[in-house]
Design a protein around this ligand. Structure first.
Ligand SMILES: C[S@@+](CC[C@H](N)C(=O)[O-])C[C@H]1O[C@@H](n2cnc3c(N)ncnc32)[C@H](O)[C@@H]1O
Length: 196
């Protein structure tokens, strides 16, 4: 499996612990990852799922179209270009019975499945617009005891991610009642939202 999209060891450890925590505290059967690339972190999630759970995967699997990034995020525009869907399917083949694939630009208006209730969501889209849309769509659909983790809250591999920070801060300012918020310590760049 290509290691182009890296999570730091500390971030992987956090994901493992948060998956275990949500499994203990929440009965909802859906999990999700928005921003999958070739499936490295999706695999970590799938390995820890029960046989009756469903992992919804959201990505374009071909990078971002022109105009998808804010001015201070332009360095992301050429990232993740390619045709990654088949490789990702192969990388996750042994978990295919748990997976639902949702290809395209993530938009709150059109995201599916509309009636899903989630126990765990990993949001790793790197850019502002997708992160804002994902927060708007997922957070009302997370059950009590469930967890949403946003990656790259502060930076990605020492490159600042101001758009993700803006999207999360906007959500915190308007929609965070009923949630507890934990910014994970360095070197992690995750923020953890727990539905209380
Ligand atoms: C950092 S990669 C994900 C890495 C993956 N979570 C891992 O750790 O292995 C970010 C992915 O988000 C996707 N992405 C970014 N914005 C998106 C959007 N608005 N809609 C759909 N996919 C998007 C990109 O195509 C890219 O594959």
């Amino acid at each position: 499996m290509t290691s182009r999209a890296r999570q730091k060891p500390e971030e992987l450890a956090n994901l493992r612990a948060l998956l275990a925590e949500s499994s203990k505290n929440c009965q909802a059967k859906y999990l999700a990852e928005a921003g999958v690339f070739v499936g490295l972190s999706a695999r970590l999630i799938a390995e820890r799922m029960g046989p009756d759970e469903i992992l919804c995967l959201y990505d374009t699997w071909c990078g971002l179209p022109p105009g998808a990034c804010a001015e201070d995020e332009q360095h992301w525009e050429g990232s993740f270009r390619g045709d990654w869907l088949e490789l990702t399917r192969r990388n996750l083949e042994e978990f295919s019975h748990l997976l639902q694939w949702h290809q395209g630009i993530f938009r709150a208006e059109t995201a599916e499945p509309n009636d899903a209730v989630f126990r765990f969501v990993h949001c790793d889209l790197d850019v502002e617009e997708g992160t804002r849309e994902a927060l708007a769509w997922f957070t009302p659909r997370i059950a009590g005891g469930g967890i949403l983790v946003v990656h790259d809250y502060k930076q990605y591999d020492r490159v600042p991610t101001p758009g993700v920070l803006r999207a999360v801060r906007e959500w915190l300012a308007t929609s965070s009642e009923g949630w507890s918020v934990e910014v994970m310590p360095d070197p992690s760049s995750q923020v953890v939202l727990r539905r209380t």
